[in-house]
Write a protein that binds this ligand. Structure first.
Ligand code: NAG
Ligand code: NAG
Ligand code: CU
Length: 369
């Protein structure tokens, strides 16, 4: 049953044992020490220089001949060019005009035909891709990485297809731990509209149509794998359940415990099993399914998760390129920075190393705090 899938997957996720984690760490260390003597040989350095010069010529020629038309995928050779990172800010720090510009761009996605050749809108290309390409990235190392790339592709579509000139935005749910329904993201004019119609018919799980804001009665085609045309739906939990399913997962203590985890694998899975589930379980409706990006608030929630990863990466030296755990859901393979992140036909697949650092590879952004 689709509504229970978050919980079911959580119980069967492939956690690595302590021994396996130690084995990876040892393996990585031994790779590093193997390299050292090689660099002492002068001829090797000369050869490396030659390769570097030839490589630079080829890359430069390639860049001149083929300039990619989209902002989604710049080559890794542009990694030194992040001089002026864009800044992702918290929703409530945007001016009214900035909020309306973001909302207008998202509404524009709901009116623009699919870029993946389906009978749907670009807006729906995202829940489709999440459900059809993204699920194996869950409960494994690529959870944070795949979603970081997914957010980047979304931001690029807002800019390329809908002429948005700002940055992605995050919702800092820690500012609304005990009063999610009062958060400004639900505003009917300067937000994404609020709860579903409490007296309306049930559409998906226990939710019903959102009836205010720019996405009121927005029609979407899928609920997880099911072709099920329905209105964008929410069904906020009653206060007691909201405390249990939402507040408890994002309390100051709960977040502090995860932020203190010393290793990527544990941090990544801690984020996924805890705070990642808080909003979907509090809001229900479309957000509570494998097509969760049907709810445009999904992207503000995931930007907040991405932000906490960014903070964790910057909290200690050596963390900015740390990546380990299982390479995908149900896999026993060790993850590596060369693993590919798949976006179907929505965007080119790329290696994790292209997005591991928000200011190198194809990315160039930071968070306001
Ligand atoms: C495309 O989707 C719309 C909305 O669901 C539907 O009315 C229409 O019949 C579909 N067209 C095709 C060619 O499938
Ligand atoms: C909520 O649903 C009820 C029952 O279908 C309907 O009468 C009412 O107009 C709906 N409210 C809004 C704001 O659409
Ligand atoms: Cu996801």
């Amino acid at each position: 049953m689709a509504t229970a899938s978050f919980e079911n997957v959580a119980q069967t996720r492939p956690l690595l044992s302590e021994e396996e984690q130690d084995a990876y760490a040892e393996e990585e260390k031994s790779k590093v020490s193997d390299y050292i003597p090689v660099y002492r040989r002068l001829w090797f350095v000369v050869a490396l220089c030659c390769i570097a010069v030839v490589g630079a010529v080829v890359v430069t020629a390639g860049t001149i001949i083929y300039v990619r038309p989209s902002t989604v995928h710049k080559s890794a050779s542009s990694s030194q060019s992040c001089q002026n990172p864009s800044v992702r800010r918290e929703w409530r720090t945007l001016s009214t005009d900035e909020k309306l510009a973001y909302l207008d761009a998202v509404v524009c996605l709901t009116k623009t035909p699919s870029v993946i050749g389906r009978n749907q809108t670009v807006f729906e290309d995202f829940p489709w891709t999440h459900n059809n390409e993204g699920m194996s990235a869950h409960y494994a190392a690529p959870f944070l990485a795949w979603h970081r790339y997914f957010l980047h592709v979304y931001e690029a579509k807002l800019r390329d297809v809908c002429h948005y000139s700002g940055s992605l935005v995050f919702f800092d749910w820690q500012l609304n731990v005990h009063d999610l329904p009062a958060a400004p993201i639900w505003d009917p004019i300067t937000g994404f509209g609020g709860d579903g119609n409490a007296t309306g018919v049930r559409t998906v799980n226990t939710a019903s149509c959102v009836t205010d804001g720019p996405f009121a009665n927005l029609q979407v085609q899928y609920y997880a794998d099911e072709a099920k045309p329905h209105c964008l739906s929410r069904g906020f939990q009653a206060p007691d359940d909201m405390e249990k399913y939402y507040s408890a997962r994002i309390s100051e203590d709960a977040i502090a415990i995860i932020m203190a985890l010393p290793q990527y694998n544990a941090f990544n899975l801690g984020m996924e099993n805890g705070p990642h589930l808080a909003m979907p379980h509090g809001v229900l409706g479309d957000f509570f399914s494998d097509t969760a990006p049907n709810d445009p608030v999904f992207f503000l929630h995931h930007a907040q998760l991405d932000r906490l990863w960014w903070k964790w990466q910057h909290a200690k030296p050596g963390r900015r390129r740390e990546y380990n755990g299982a390479s995908s859901m149900h896999s026993k393979e060790a993850a590596s920075l060369q693993d590919q992140l798949e976006m179907g036909t929505l965007a080119p697949k790329i290696a994790v190393e292209e997005i591991i650092d928000t200011q190198s590879g194809i990315l160039c952004y930071e968070y306001a705090y």
